[in-house]
Design a protein around this ligand. Structure first.
Ligand SMILES: C[S@@+](CC[C@H](N)C(=O)[O-])C[C@H]1O[C@@H](n2cnc3c(N)ncnc32)[C@H](O)[C@@H]1O
Length: 331
């Protein structure tokens, strides 16, 4: 931790993670002005010696929560931060619009996303090294006077789809625990247009209701499948799971690495090759089969050299190999 830390107390585990890596580095808080900036981390990152700190949010710059955020900064005598308003985490141009940051904090956002995988994929593009992310996770078992729900490891609950039995148990659970109603944050499809958080607004899927509840296990898997290694986590009120993760050298590279390892024996190296061998592609793809076998042969011949290159972190070899793959497999 930086020397600054002795002056600034960490209020929770997230602050400790930030303090451990942010000194002299770039930092971004994505979706950080919400809930009246109660969880913003810009001020703490700057107090810990961040080289720059950027608040990024979907809301336009004149939205009242931006003013609250500015007041919070002023009260802490922090002024050397940057603002980026009207930024949508789902935007495929996210990286082009906001650039990348050594440490990215993004909490309270993913469960509002209709397509959390798309949002997370975009998010990953703007993380250089460390990501602090969370979501609401559903307990593995909820039992109350309305019944019992069990959610096993790989589950993600699609809230627009829950039935009345699940709804009554979840309503009781959240009402008792936090005093809010599942019917407000995840309205019934039958009357959602008349509620405060409809699923669709002006013909678009909305970013305000709760769309998905992951289990702890499925959320961890989501972080990992996006190319991150989990370094730490903590659970708040058996309700949200916070994860501190490090980006693997590059998700593309790490996939190649795994591909390299699994390439022993005769197993197909990519999903595409697998389905091609299984004859699953429509006819017009079958003319590509010579390319697939050419690529497989080249890959098999050069696999030992490729492994050495991976071990020695010779990135140019990886990119030549990936380019070859793209050309031959038309990716
Ligand atoms: C529930 S608040 C979370 C605030 C804070 N990060 C926290 O953990 O309490 C959700 C925040 O995400 C922002 N947001 C919602 N949809 C977004 C999107 N598509 N892209 C970027 N930010 C978004 C909202 O404006 C809001 O600031």
């Amino acid at each position: 931790m930086g020397s600054e830390l002795s002056r600034w107390a960490a209020k929770d585990q997230i602050d400790e993670w930030i303090a451990s890596v942010v000194a002299n580095q770039t930092f971004a808080d994505i979706g950080g002005i919400g809930v009246n900036s109660g969880n913003e981390r810009i001020t703490f990152a700057i107090q810990c010696g961040a080289k720059s700190a950027t608040m990024i949010d979907f809301r336009p710059a004149d939205y009242y929560e931006w003013d609250i955020f500015r007041r919070v900064c002023a009260q802490k005598e922090i002024s050397n931060y940057r603002e980026m308003a009207s930024i949508d985490i789902n935007d495929p141009q996210l990286y082009e619009k906001i650039g990348s940051y050594y440490v990215v904090h993004c909490t309270g956002v993913l469960y509002h996303m209709p397509s959390p995988l798309l949002a997370f994929e975009n998010l990953a593009t703007v993380v250089e090294k460390y990501l602090i992310v969370n979501t609401i996770t559903v307990p593995e078992r909820i039992e109350n006077k309305f019944g019992v729900l069990n959610f096993s490891e790989g589950i993600a609950v699609f809230l627009p789809g829950i039935g009345e039995y699940e709804r009554s148990i979840l309503r009781e659970h959240y009402q008792t625990k936090f005093g809010w109603s599942i019917d407000d944050v995840a309205p019934r499809l039958s009357n959602h247009e008349k509620t405060i958080m409809p699923w669709r607004e002006e013909g678009q899927l909305s970013c305000w209701p709760y769309w998905w509840l992951f289990t702890d296990s499925s959320f961890r898997s989501l972080v990992q499948v996006m190319g991150f290694q989990i370094l730490g986590e903590y659970k708040w009120e058996d309700h949200t799971l916070q994860i501190f993760a490090e980006k693997m050298r590059s998700s593309e590279q790490s996939l190649s690495e795994r591909e390299g390892r699994s390439g022993e024996g005769d197993s197909p190296s990519t999903g595409e090759e697998f389905w091609a061998r299984a004859g699953a592609y429509p006819r017009n793809r079958s003319s590509d089969s010579w390319r697939t076998s050419a690529y497989s042969t080249i890959r098999r011949l050069f696999l030992p050299c490729y492994r050495v290159a991976l071990d020695r972190k010779l990135n140019w070899v990886v990119s030549v190999k990936n380019r070859l793959k793209r050309v031959l497999l038309r990716k």
